[in-house]
Design a binder for this molecule. Structure first.
Ligand code: ARG
Ligand code: ZN
Length: 884
């Protein structure tokens, strides 16, 4: 590896951004492809910034330089220097052409960055991953997103071994070469940064579809996969077509090349990649069929296909000036993807899913040693900043701004943003500036959100004045300190709210100073933009129950001294599914506090009573009901503790579910399960998905109070399941309950899916959900399984990731054995794949708030990683931040 750091790593700082001294207008690349060695010839047409006189410096990592020439003349050895991943060349002028030839070793590339081999060498294929800085592993280049060039790419390879040759852009000829070889050329007319370059070569099969854009461009959509997987690409093709249509309708954005290629690989560090005209996907987010994919996975495929497609405008046509602006494309594209998914499915369920993810993944990040702003101020390794903060919180920031502008205003602003920045590398200021100007609104106060880490606490106090019939809502905010940011400033926080009377009816709102047009609406947004502010509502006839932060209108933690009965009222009566869920989550969290403190049960009773009533309300949507019946997860509940004992959190959450199951009653649950199980189906439509979701939840609740019956039913469900959704749900109940039947089911699953890597990933991950005291031995046994390898990121995540992140009680063993195992594997993994190792290491996040015993053990495990020789820059940055 080439980024091993023995000295202290250099930090890249936003404040030190400088425009490039040298640009490249045009790139001509020729690849002579081979599995063991590939030769890359590059011709760069250089442009010099006349205002700067820096020498020509190009990035290049691990490149074996074979030849170098400037303007057609081979360069003498003293006219260039290649050291510390920089090639410096003397004598270049504006308009010069630099030609280099380098040798790469794809089969030896286990980091899966740059050019690498996916699959076994006999039948695997070659592909590239360049974001963020992979292009410098392919050729010498100013590898930064503000250098946009047009690309002409020629691929040459043996025809039998590499029948399919693909690169981004439009096809521009192909032909035969001597010795059974062939070539293909691609020209991308749209200037792009190097991180969007891609190629793919190998034995792949395709499915195709013709698409006509609204503006009349004929586009060939092609999805490529290995022969055994091509049959699972149909759903992704449908999702792609829906995405393209949606972006035309919702944003007026059309596709801009003649072909759009999508490729699936089992060897990928991340989810997927939006390379111009040649998207590459982790197979997990592209392949789907009912026998091996769950309903959740289908929705994830649809969302990720849309996400990568939407990048064609939010990311590719308008890209980022530097990597500090990463959320400019990622936060915006996540937001667009969330809107799309809400339109395709249920908006309320989608919002629930997204807010649950934010709380599970982003809030803990923002509260721990790795906290960073959505626009970080500095980094050592940019790949460590593809985080929940940049993606999910970044999306929430776009959502706040979009809410501020309203539907039409946001569209107007986005049109302005795309028009003004098309073909350019932009900043978050460009984004907020265009949106604001198109609407005559100053959005720059929202920049503070991008610069400040940490989750704001929003407190609300209500005061009803019966004599004046006014209700005064006082809002205040406070953001706790985060690493490097001890002092926080107030942020603009839009609070969407409604008031309910005691009968559960929503009230008309009249704010002091209201205009006639807004007065009387039942839902309003007030913006808190200082430390504290009061809002007075008029003509209020009784003390109301406030419903605050509706739709999760800002990514904050709400602190409001609700009476349990008030939350129960909202849970039962709010017409909006999301707000109802939100009230239920808050009530469940208070019920959890009741169990922990053990002196008082009013929240627990209110939560159970309300859910019992909803369970028996025939009009409830089964999917929403399933979500209402799910209390906050252990990671979220742990955030309520001063000193976390994950085993105790787990036990309390189990008790919470037992109380709920007992309140609803064994026979009621049983009855509902049977009626849902009677109609098991393979169909993917919303109502069948909803019934499967509720069935799983009911079976889980049953297993809390009557494991014997539940395990018998789970076994039946496993044996007869028409779909993976039902099969995996049943298996999970057996494994979590350590049922005697689990053994046979697991053996059967393994046998049945031995040749299906994505299903095998599920076989590994479901077993990481064994009860806490049992799981470590299983993890050790599983890593000795012949199907396990540290070289495949999906497999690593499905074993170590699922264990360390989704089974806190099983990872945080009181004797520290879990920490030691993970630390050892991190060291091994880092030698193979630094990106995956660094991401896995974030499972230690939150260690500082563990109870003292575990805290000391976790610290020494992290220290042992930090002390390991030759850590990658990636893993080094994570463990150093964790410890300081
Ligand atoms: N831009 C991709 C996406 O969000 C993520 C690729 C990140 N890859 C990486 N190695 N950091 O769609
Ligand atoms: Zn993205």
């Amino acid at each position: 590896m080439n980024n091993r750091s023995d000295t202290s790593p250099t930090l890249v700082r936003l404040s030190e951004y400088r425009a490039p001294a040298w640009r490249v207008s045009q790139v001509e690349l020729t690849f002579d492809l081979g599995i063991d060695t590939t030769e890359v010839t590059s011709r760069l047409h250089l442009q010099r910034d006349p205002a700067q006189d820096a020498p020509l410096r190009l990035d290049g990592e691990g490149l074996e330089l074979l030849s170098i020439a400037l303007d057609g003349e081979p360069l003498a050895g003293d006219a260039w220097r290649y050291a510390d991943n920089v090639l410096e060349v003397d004598g270049a002028r504006d308009g010069s052409v630099l030609e280099t030839r380098v040798c790469l070793r794809p089969a030896a590339n286990t980091a899966l960055e740059g050019l690498y081999l996916s699959g076994p060498r006999e039948r695997g294929f070659l592909l590239t991953q360049c974001e963020a800085e992979g292009f410098r592993h392919i050729t010498f280049f100013p590898d930064r997103p503000d250098v946009l060039a047009s690309y002409t790419v020629t691929l040459c390879a043996d025809r039998d071994r590499f029948p399919v040759l693909l690169a981004g852009g439009n096809p521009d000829g192909q032909g035969e070469l001597e010795g059974g070889r062939h070539w293909a050329r691609f020209v991308d007319p749209h200037p792009k940064p190097s991180y969007l370059f891609a190629l793919v070569a190998g034995r792949l099969q395709k499915i195709e579809r013709d698409y006509a854009t609204g503006g009349g461009r004929a586009v060939k959509l092609v999805i490529w996969a290995e022969p055994d997987a091509i049959g699972q690409c149909g759903y992704a093709m449908d999702a792609l077509e829906r995405s393209m249509r949606w972006d035309e309708e919702a944003y007026g954005r059309e596709y801009d090349l003649d072909v759009f290629h999508v490729v699936a690989t089992h060897d990928f560090n991340m989810g997927a990649m939006e390379n111009k005209g040649l998207n590459i996907f982790n197979a997990k987010y592209l392949l789907a069929d009912p026998d091996s994919s769950t309903d959740d996975e289908y929705r994830a495929v649809e969302a990720v296909v849309a996400h990568e497609y939407f990048h064609n405008w939010s990311g590719n046509r308008v890209t980022c000036r530097d990597w500090f602006q990463l959320s400019l494309k990622e936060g915006l594209t996540v937001f667009r993807e969330q809107q799309f998914s809400a339109d395709m499915n249920s908006a309320a369920l989608k919002r629930i899913e997204d807010v649950a993810l934010l709380r599970r993944a982003q809030f803990p990040e923002d509260a721990g040693p790795l906290a960073h702003p959505v626009r970080p101020a500095q980094y050592s390794e940019i790949n460590n900043f593809y985080t929940a903060t940049v993606y999910e919180k970044g999306s929430e920031l776009v959502r706040m701004v979009a809410g501020r502008l309203g539907r039409d205003g946001f569209r107007r602003g986005m049109d302005r943003y795309f028009a003004r920045n098309d073909g350019q590398a932009a900043t978050l200021e460009d984004f907020l500036g265009a949106l604001g100007e198109a609407n005559g609104i100053d959005l720059m106060p929202y920049l503070a959100w991008y610069a400040q880490a940490g989750t704001p606490r929003l407190s609300a106090r209500g005061l009803y004045d019966a004599a004046h019939r006014t209700y005064t809502l006082t809002l205040s905010q406070h953001t706790p300190p985060t690493p490097h940011q001890p002092h926080k400033q107030p942020l603009p926080i839009p609070v969407k709210l409604a008031l309910f009377d005691r009968a559960g009816q929503i009230m008309p709102l009249h704010l002091t100073d209201d205009s006639a047009e807004t007065s009387g609406a039942t839902e309003r947004v007030v913006v808190l933009d200082r430390a504290e502010q009061a809002f007075v509502f008029q003509q209020i006839t009784e003390a109301p129950v406030p419903s605050l932060l509706r739709g999760f209108s800002a990514p904050v933690i709400l602190e409001c001294a609700y009476e349990p009965a008030d939350l129960a009222l909202l849970l039962r009566h709010d017409p909006d599914g999301f707000n109802r869920w939100e009230a239920g989550q808050q009530l469940a969290a208070r019920a959890y506090d009741n169990l922990r403190e053990g002196n008082e049960t009013s929240a627990l009773d209110a939560w159970c009573d309300a859910l019992e009533a909803l369970f028996n309300d025939g009009a409830m949507d089964p999917a929403l009901l399933a979500d209402l019946l799910t209390p906050p997860g252990e990671i979220e509940l742990a955030e309520r503790e001063r000193q976390v004992d994950p085993s105790h959190v787990h036990a309390l959450r189990q008790q919470l579910q037992e109380h709920l199951a007992l309140r609803i009653g064994q026979s009621t649950l049983q009855h509902r399960y049977e009626s849902l199980a009677a109609h098991a189906s393979l169909q993917l439509d919303a109502s069948n998905q909803a019934r499967r979701r509720l069935k799983r939840r009911v079976l889980e609740l049953l297993s809390r109070i009557d494991p014997w019956t539940a395990h018998a039913q789970a076994t039946l469900q496993y044996d007869n399941a028409p779909s993976m959704t039902d099969r995996l749900a049943a298996l999970a109940v057996l494994v979590r309950g350590n049922a005697s039947q689990a053994h046979a089911a697991l053996a059967h699953f393994r046998e049945r899916y031995a040749d299906n890597p994505l299903a095998m990933d599920k076989w590994f991950s479901v077993q990481t959900q064994l009860p806490g005291e049992l799981v470590l031995d299983r993890v050790r046994a599983l890593e000795a399984d012949e199907a396990f390898t540290l070289k495949n990121p999906n497999r690593v995540n499905s074993l170590f990731g699922a264990w360390a992140r989704n089974n806190p009680d099983g990872f945080h063993r009181p004797d520290g054995s879990g920490y030691q195992l993970l630390a050892e594997r991190l060291k091994q993994l880092d030698a193979l794949n630094p990106q995956v190792a660094a991401r896995m290491a974030t499972a230690f996040n939150g260690w500082q708030r563990l109870e003292p015993g575990r805290r000391a053990l976790a610290r020494s495990a992290i220290e042992s990683v930090a002390a390991h020789a030759a850590l990658s820059r990636n893993l080094n940055e994570i463990v150093q931040s964790m410890l300081h």
